[in-house]
Design a protein. Sequence first.
Length: 337
Amino acid sequence: MRICRNTSLKPFNTFGLDYRAGTMIHLRTEKEVKAIFKEELSCKKPLLVLGGGSNILFTGDFKGTILLPEFGGMRIEEQKDEHVIVSAGAGIKWDRFAEWCVDMGFSGIENLSGIPGNVGAVPVQNIGAYGTEAKDSIIKIRTISTYNGRVRIFNNDECNFGYRTSIFKSTEKGKYLVTRVYFRLELNFNPNLNYGSLKEEAGKLGRSTLKNVRSAVLNIMHRKLPDPEVIGNGGSFFKNPVVSNTTAEKLIKAYPGIPVYDDLSVWKKLAAGWLVEQCGWKGKRAGDAGVHEKQALVLVNHGNASGKDILNLSEKIRKSVREKFGVNLENEVEIVD
Ligand code: EPU
């Protein structure tokens, strides 16, 4: 365990915001985590578990204690004729794991290549991209209760996974720290190329092999999304809004070009990026807070924006989308005061 005081948060959030954390604890073993939650070690509250910091907007210094799970290890747990069970420690970078799986010939998460953040955040957020969600491959999650320091394993069906959500973000928020995630991946590759331009992009690379699909996903992503190493951002700032069929029908009548996804039976999903662009925000700036020029769903820090500048911009965007379309945008990024 490594304890740091009054530390800069800049390397720990992809918006690149330079706030400070009162205390930061790097955790390498479950024993260390247990010591904290059994209160053998007293920590200034509140406690905040931070993964890769790729989906979080700090709006000021964090006065409490930040916990950084750094559990490593990527393992093959079990191999059968057609599938394999693999696991990864919460502190592993997600894309390092995704790449390893592709190199090993294990398929199921290749469409999730390139997503920033650590493995520990993957089930919490049920990350998704290009027609795939993490929940489709996760089989169980090892956690430690923040209440009593005991290990608890959650099976997939206990996690209440939904679009960018799980019980770890809703009813059980803050109650468990993820230490390890287990995935069931396939040995026979059956590509999922249903998303928009993925088939075409993979086609350009030749046969749809596992490696080519990963490269195609990375190519699309690099074209549309800003690299946080170059320009601070937290990926999609808003979720794609889910609306009733009636609302969707009204919007289709008023705006015939509106993208509407009907993968849900009673509800329809709209494209938040399209709504934001139609309100004229794409590429706009308010000082150093801005809307990405290639993807209006992504808010960026052009250099010296504060968390509050970005939050204020997001609120203006939400207001204009509500006024023009009558649709409420929910944040995907977690805001921390
Ligand atoms: N669109 C616009 N203008 C924009 C952005 C998008 O008109 O500025 C339109 C596109 O033309 C398309 C539709 O909106 O018709 C959807 O756009 P896109 O395929 O780029 O995906 P998205 O819905 O904006 C979601 C995820 C992304 C993920 C992509 C690809 C959410 C909140 N975002 O974005 O995830 O990479 O699909 O699957 O669901 C993230 O979660 O941080 C993230 C980047």
